[in-house]
Design a protein around this ligand. Structure first.
Ligand SMILES: C[S@@+](CC[C@H](N)C(=O)[O-])C[C@H]1O[C@@H](n2cnc3c(N)ncnc32)[C@H](O)[C@@H]1O
Length: 204
């Protein structure tokens, strides 16, 4: 179930998503490279309004599938060039194994109710050798504690993680990788799907 905040505040998120620019898309494209090549298959998980996906679609260039459980967020993605909106939940993705070359999760992982199941699903739907990029903020940063409190008050899971904990979780599902510090409390995890990672699980 998507949080209620992504129903009533969808227009605010759509406005906030205008912060994304071509520079951001180019930076993410570099992190997704070489797994994601021109005309490759990219999943933007928790992609919301599709604003970042549309920029990536132009910059790479490729088609970007945006998965999000909130129809209120997703409706902004309808009609964007080379963006395919799909209503769905990160913990049970409606795709066969190896459907994508890469997945990007930007400012969304801490909103997922079932983060471990979502991590397994990412490992399953991205082909071996494919890229997993997760942009998050550090749970141990003082500013994150305030954000976390605010999100919890709004009914969100606020599942912020420390970089090392996210690395451990991803390694456990077969996506070894490392985190890089971005500005402030932000960081990005970049991992590569190991052979057979995420396959053969039916305990979601
Ligand atoms: C803060 S928005 C980020 C949107 C976009 N990635 C961006 O950076 O502009 C978080 C998104 O995560 C989505 N989300 C929440 N729970 C989810 C889940 N279980 N599976 C997939 N997406 C989810 C929300 O609906 C929302 O669109």
């Amino acid at each position: 179930m998507p949080g209620l905040i992504f129903r009533w505040a969808a227009p605010l998120f759509a406005r906030a998503a205008r912060r994304w620019g071509e520079d951001d898309a180019e930076a993410f494209a570099r992190l997704l490279h070489p797994a994601l090549q021109p005309h490759g298959r990219l999943l933007d998980l928790g992609g919301g309004t599709g604003a970042l996906a549309a920029l990536l679609a132009r910059v790479v260039p490729c088609t970007v599938t945006v998965v999000d459980p909130s129809p209120h967020m997703l409706r902004y993605a309808a009609g964007l060039a080379d963006v395919e909106p799909v209503l769905g939940d990160a913990a049970a993705l409606p795709f066969t194994d190896d459907s994508f070359d890469a997945v990007l999760v930007c400012d969304a992982f801490h909103h997922f109710d079932h983060r471990e199941a979502a991590a397994r699903e990412m490992a399953r739907v991205v082909r071996p050798g494919g890229a997993v990029v997760i942009a998050e903020i550090d749970a141990s940063a003082r500013s994150t504690r305030m954000i976390s409190l605010g999100e919890r008050l709004l009914g969100e899971p606020a599942g912020f993680m420390r970089p090392a904990d996210l690395e451990r979780l991803m390694e456990a599902v077969g996506v070894p990788g490392s985190t890089q510090r971005q500005g402030g409390s932000s960081y990005v995890f970049v991992g590569e799907v190991a052979p057979l990672a995420g396959r053969g699980h039916d305990d979601r």
